[in-house]
Design a protein around this ligand. Structure first.
Ligand code: ZN
Length: 104
């Protein structure tokens, strides 16, 4: 039995197609050491690296990312480090804060 036969150019294998967003038949268009390196989707003809049938990680919602960025920009003193210090002082008990100051 030849269970571990080498993958050859033109072989049809299953892989995840990012355009079809599902496992589709792919033709091997490039191999590396007997393993599929690049494949082409038989449905949309998209060439891509062989993904071992894995779906890509979910993308960040661009609208949420924009909203988050908007909130960041509205923060006073954002990017200057002052806002961070103030927030830290608020959550730190006064006694600990004094101790910390003496230690420094
Ligand atoms: Zn496809």
């Amino acid at each position: 039995m030849l269970d571990e036969r080498e993958t050859r150019l033109g072989d049809i294998i299953d892989d995840f197609c990012v355009k079809c967003k599902r496992i589709m038949n792919h033709a091997v268009v490039s191999t590396l050491e007997g393993k599929p390196a690049k494949v082409r989707c038989w449905t949309c003809y998209n060439d891509h690296d062989y993904r071992h049938e894995l779906a890509p990680p979910p993308k960040v919602d661009p609208r949420k990312a924009a909203l988050f960025q908007e909130v960041l920009e509205k923060l006073p003193g954002a990017g200057e480090g002052d806002a961070e210090t103030e927030a830290e002082a608020e959550s730190t008990p006064a006694a600990v804060k004094t101790k910390a100051k003496k230690a420094k």
